[in-house]
Design a protein around this ligand. Sequence first.
Ligand code: SF4
Length: 321
Amino acid sequence: MRTNRRTTQKPDFPARTAPRTGSLDELDAVIATCRACPRLVAWREEAARVKRRAFRDWEYWARPVPGFGPSDAPLTVVGLAPAAHGGNRTGRIFTGDPSGDALYAALYDIGLASQPTATHRGDGLGLCRVRITVPVHCAPPDNRPTTTERDTCRPWLARELELLRPTLRAIVVLGAFAWQALLPVLAEAGWQTPRPRPAFGHGAEVMLTHAGDGRPLHLIGGYHPSQRNMSTRTLTPAMLRDVLRRGAEAGGLLALDPQVAADGAGGARTEPGYGRLGARARRGRCPLPREEDAHCPAFGVRRSAFGVRGSGFGVRSSVRR
Ligand code: SF4
């Protein structure tokens, strides 16, 4: 059982460790070893020990849950933290809980995920040019990290965004906690943020400019797809799709070639604006334009745009455009 694993970490971990990671793969691997927050370490391991009845046969991940998605994503989605019996169980963010069910269904609908469900690592899910991460990588009691825990975890987020920066164009921020966690990170990274800091709201949009190279970065706020928000219809599937689609637009992901638009015109989904990418995805075809093929390591002949070799569309190896 992984939960008894102990490592010795210096008091300045992760603040000094995160900036030294050279790639997202390395960052993800190191994050998973972090034990910097005693309360969260205890909670994530307690959840794995007690378990929920429905998951009693699972061996919980019970470690920090890294981000998920390709390292060259123009769009990032920032949530809150893993759920005790969701990501903390499965080891993949937003996987195995109702929030993830809502999020991945919406991403699938707009063509950025290879399937609408996320149940476990190895379920074949892949993301197309979107990365999902959180400001706190361990499951917190009552889904409420303290400000100290948020700040302790901040170097991981800062480094992740720094590594994504060459391609990053837009961030969809799910919930006020993520909004408040993210703005200082971006300010420290050189993004000029308005004063006073912009308020969070569903549909709130802010465009930041980088002080160094003048590049823009779009922030789009949206309600978190928590079970509570979804069950009270504070957030509906359509609202979630809207905000993600807006992020995809701001990230340049919907500016596809005319062939994509033509393909999508006859797609299964008829809602304006959602048909093009999603219809293409449902036919097992990458939603990206032809010239983007080299962008994805698993793409090429196999037509998977999702950065997970052999998963998602990739299993349909005979599909060709
Ligand atoms: S919340 Fe972040 S900083 Fe705290 S133990 Fe988990 S990964 Fe480490």
